[in-house]
Design a protein around this ligand. Sequence first.
Ligand code: N01
Length: 545
Amino acid sequence: MRSPSPAPSREPEYDAVVVGAGFAGLHMLHRLRTAGLRTRLFEAGDAVGGTWFWNRYPGARCDFESVDYSYGFDAELQRDWTWSERYPSQPEILRYLDHVADRFGLRADIRLSTRVCAAHYDGDARGWTVRTAATGPAGRTEEVTTRLLIMATGALSAPRLPDVPGIDTFAGRTLQTSLWPREGVDLRGERVAVVGTGSSGAQVVPRIAEQAERLHVLQRTPVYVVPAHNRPLTPAEQSAVKEDYPAYRDRSREAFLGVHFDPAGESAAAADPDERRAAYEERWRAGGASILACYPDLLVDAAANETLADFLRGKIAELVVDPETARRLTPRDLAVGSKRLVVETDYYPTFNRPSVELVDLREEPLAEVTPRGVRVGDREIELDVLVFATGFDALTGPLLAVDVSGVDGVSLADAWADGPSTYLGLAVAGFPNLFTVAGPGSPSVLSNVVRCTEENVEWIGDLAEHMRAHGATEVHASAEAAKDWTAHVGEVAETTLLTSANSWYVGANVPGKPRVFMPYAGGLPEYHRRCAEVAERGYEGFSFR
Ligand code: N01
């Protein structure tokens, strides 16, 4: 629906500004340019890659398979690019995104080393004024105007350090997995501690253990960890997938997670225990997160989930020689998947090395960082290097790091004081012409995020074309539509076990963050169906002028 109103007070410099040059931003830029929009992308880093530009720690690798964690929007791209390993390493993903930037000639419209710090909506101009700050010599501190603003800032791009006293007093070297030095770090002969045992910690720990003289792994909450069984892809596998890509992508789009896994049966709770165990064993041997898709009730039925938890606990007891260490590594009262299932290489066997100590912070709390190391319980561990693998202010953090204000100058921080509220995870009421890719309220981190971003990008691109075709200069999600969608996101989550843990999905890792389950747990196909339905109904829930 369009309401009559005066024309915008001025023409913006750009039709669209995209923030972030990761998977989402690069594709968004390409999509909008293809539609003929004058588009500028700003990226804080001095190269493209997003998450894969920053997270360069040893062992950094995606936990989705390379054939899944790659673009499907361009048939020639997927035909030409050859993945070397089953799970792509950080350097290989970075090479891929570099290739994408070159292949589609995107660099001309990307301003690197430039952080978007503020964005204010101007209702008269029907557009955004975007302020940037240079983060390096190639960057620019400037103000630009744009009709549309698309935040492709990623879900996990605002790193967090814990609030531990004395953190600045450490005399040795302090590192963060998510801000790992580009030149690498030689840890041979060093006494190292890693704080955190999520996906980043579990990946970096085995690699550091191979180098360090002594490694202390500081664990607060044990999580479930499954082997990746990474390996090179054979030429036969590489060509088979290339021939099958179109059908493969179709199957992925129809799969709950955006990756097709064959279930073993209807219900883990009802399955024959021997058959169920064999099914888990088969998936454990195959590697990766497919074990969580073994039965559809694993994430919704506590008894079903416990069968998998029990299986995984048994694996820890098998793999870790010292029973006391195995006990400390074993999650209790934690549903599998309620914190992200960790996919790793050699994590549990690493604790059998004499040079590696697991420090259970529940028994010996991390009291402070000292100039010489860390104080845990009543002892001090002396260190040369302290590594924080302590996670991110997820989903909302990267958006709220920008000073965004919408209609009447209301800030996004104020609008989201009680938690994020979006329409379809794409738009925010009170913030016209603003879009988020894989933002809160979308399946994003609960799915193969590349499939989710591709769908978001196409949807936003279609909407931009729709606006142009209808001469609209402003699109605004209604407060009611956003309220309904956000309620739906919460209701769906409540039908699962996903809300049961103190995870970053609910913001529990950030003190003071409202406890709200942020991603959409209804699965990609249902999400896609709903987004498509909104578009087909003339963008129901949006108003245009
Ligand atoms: O972060 P996390 P991450 N004292 O938040 C601990 C994706 N990812 O960077 O659980 C002591 O999961 C914290 O302990 P607790 C993936 O989606 C993917 O590892 O809060 N410990 C936890 O152990 C993943 O889920 C890949 O008790 C403290 C750890 O730090 C997401 O990114 C690789 C602490 C943080 O774990 C985030 O993973 C890497 C404190 N004060 C990341 N504060 C792959 O694709 C926090 N911790 C493979």
